[in-house]
Design a binder for this molecule. Structure first.
Ligand code: ZN
Length: 244
């Protein structure tokens, strides 16, 4: 089994397409595992949902997915995110709404649990520190947990009950899955926030049990032009240039 692990696409079709093309170059996958926030921020939410649905895939709910269909409110969003969210709602077809409303919070596949935020709080919690990661290892039963939400590619390793360490996921590198339990964030396809504006995702080779992290160049200006045409907030447009 080979699969692509993608998260936080955020309606950025140019970035998503660039990742899908790279996946094909690498020989294709059996499944796409999506960690939520397919929509929100970006200019083509419907198109991203439409393409994702053409693949054999799994997807869990992100906060932006549920906010776009009023399953959670946008009071906790900053004003720019809330504005983009309301715009996103207007772009969705009834089929898109139905799909987003029915996304599960958590999914398990083999050795992996999939969530958007954290296994403990799938919608809202950010796992960015070792202490938060450590607290979360008790909240899933599989060996590995895949998360999104922070838009930062990271791996947390549970060395033993009392020791958890975090590592960056260097692009182009392979990480062999061993005995230790891991919480893995593949970074964001459509709105990276680690200072590298390229789309971020993981390919998993289930036979070799290796994950490969990739950064993919895409036409950032094309996405930014579309956002400007729709009148989406300027800070959301600008941040794509810097990956912040
Ligand atoms: Zn997100």
């Amino acid at each position: 089994m080979r699969c692509a692990i993608v998260g936080d696409i955020h309606g950025n079709l140019a970035a998503f397409k660039a990742v899908l093309e790279h996946i094909e170059v690498k020989g294709g996958v059996d499944e796409i595992w999506c960690l939520g926030d397919v929509v929100g921020y970006g200019p083509e939410p419907h198109e991203c949902l439409e393409i994702l649905r053409t693949y054999n895939h799994l997807c869990v709910a992100g906060n932006h997915d549920w906010a776009a269909v009023d399953k959670i409110d946008t009071l906790d969003f900053n004003p720019d995110a809330a504005q983009a969210c309301h715009w996103t709602t207007e772009q969705l077809t009834p089929e898109d709404v139905d799909y987003l409303e029915n996304l599960p919070l958590t999914l398990c596949r083999g050795d992996f649990t999939l969530v958007h935020g954290s296994p403990r709080q799938p919608i809202w919690e950010y796992v960015l520190s070792v202490s938060v990661a450590q607290d979360n290892f008790a909240s899933f039963e599989t060996s590995f947990c895949l998360i999104g939400h922070s838009h930062i590619p990271l791996v947390f390793e549970c060395v033993d009950e009392n020791l958890c360490v975090s590592n960056r996921l260097p692009a182009g590198s392979g990480l062999e899955l061993g005995e230790h339990r891991l919480i893995i964030n593949p970074g964001s396809v459509g709105q990276p926030r680690d200072g590298d504006p390229r789309a971020s995702y993981i390919l998993y080779d289930g036979e070799a049990r290796i994950i490969y992290h990739y950064r993919i160049k895409y036409d950032i200006a094309a996405t930014q032009r579309k956002m400007a045409e729709w009148g989406l907030p300027l800070p959301l447009i600008m941040r794509l240039s810097f990956g912040r």
